[in-house]
Design a binder for this molecule. Structure first.
Ligand SMILES: [Zn+2]
Length: 370
């Protein structure tokens, strides 16, 4: 039964007739490069797997190859619980549930959101839910709730007449420790924040990183501003926009402590060498984006990847949507070639600078890139 193997999703590569021998070789070497591109099924067990599945290699005569999980499913096979082949296509059922729970959290911040209620919502055990949540978002459900509440609090402080109302509206409830926690998250009291940083001095410094600029602003209470952008000027504009009435003071190196320590912790975190769960959510999101952007720079001219291939390549196969939003947030077109990321079905997906431009870029590269 000579099945012609399909060609990889890489649309602009010249057509290559790959054969089952190559796929079988990949199974034997557990080649991760095929994750998200093909699966194999074992007729004797009724299970299908990634080519890189760590389970014992089956007998060749029992193996069938499929171009995607859907095809394997139609052949009556079910996904392997160990290598979870669906995740490499970005259709991990857990990821969809987690995304629904995140939306629920953002819409219900004023409620008491316990691990048990959130897990029940996802129809997962609390243990499984906690793990799946971390895998999909990089933070625990509790950190996610708290970070969302801080973001909401910042909005409310600009709108509500009273600080207390804003704190309640953001879901922080009552309690003497609330104010302390909120202060350390904002880098100032809610009242100062509401006053645009009036009466507060913010020391700031910025540094060039691989993908642009990073700026840190801090008061004597803690960090109040961490952002990433294309230029230092743009970042300074954002700092002024968020704290129009604060005194802004540029810091020169060597930075005073603890500012210097924050700066290096942040840099280490962005490098990926030091995961730091206490950093604010937007920073962890930025670190994730930088991982995506760094990977994008490795896609050769003339090549493309699907969003799920990128997610798999950076070791977070469930984070397909986060990959798409990292592409959308790319601050530097062309240098970070996010135009080389397309949908798994070959359609273009989105592009911040316009789909026409994306198509033109890809067309030009597929001609000249060979
Ligand atoms: Zn498997």
């Amino acid at each position: 039964m000579a099945r012609t193997a399909w060609m990889p999703q890489n649309q602009s590569m010249p057509e290559q007739a790959l054969n089952e021998e190559i796929l079988w070789q990949a199974v034997q070497t557990r080649d991760k490069a095929w994750d998200g591109r093909a699966v194999f099924g074992v007729v004797t067990t009724g299970v299908y797997c990634r080519l890189s599945c760590p389970c014992r290699t089956p007998l060749r005569r029992n193996v069938r190859f499929f171009r995607d999980p859907q095809e394997a499913g139609r052949a009556g096979l079910r996904p392997c619980l160990r290598c979870r082949p669906l995740a490499s296509w970005g259709v991990d059922p857990d990821a969809a549930r987690i995304e629904a729970v995140c939306a629920f959290i953002r819409a219900n911040l004023e409620d008491t959101l316990t691990l048990a209620t959130l897990a029940a919502r996802a129809e997962l055990s609390p243990y499984h839910f906690q793990r799946a949540f971390r895998a999909a978002t990089g933070v625990t459900p509790r950190q996610y709730v708290e970070d969302c509440r801080i973001a909401r609090l910042k909005e409310e402080l600009r709108q509500q007449d009273s600080v207390t109302d804003a704190i309640y509206a953001a879901g922080f409830g009552s309690g003497s420790r609330v104010y302390e926690r909120v202060d350390s998250h904002l880098g100032m009291t809610p009242a100062s924040y509401r006053a645009g940083g009036g009466g507060v001095e913010i020391s700031w410094a910025s540094t060039a990183c691989a993908m642009g600029w990073m700026m840190l602003g801090a008061t004597d209470r803690g960090l109040c501003f961490v952002q990433f952008g294309a230029t230092e000027t743009a970042l300074l504009d954002s700092l002024r926009a968020e704290f129009p009435d604060a005194r802004l003071r540029p810091l020169a190196q060597p930075y005073p402590e603890p500012f210097g320590r924050w700066m290096s912790a942040l840099q280490a975190h962005l490098d990926g060498s030091q995961p730091n769960p206490r950093l604010p959510l937007d920073i962890r999101a930025t670190a994730f984006r930088i991982r995506v952007w760094t990977y994008l720079q490795s896609i050769p001219r003339g090549g493309t990847r699907s969003y799920s291939q990128v997610a798999a390549a950076i070791g977070q196969p469930a984070a397909v949507r986060a990959v798409a939003s990292a592409c959308a947030a790319n601050p530097v077109a062309l240098v970070i070639p996010c135009h080389r990321v397309i949908r798994g079905d070959g359609s273009l997906g989105g592009y911040r600078w316009g789909l026409d431009r994306k198509q033109a870029l890809l067309r030009a590269e597929s001609v000249s890139g060979r």
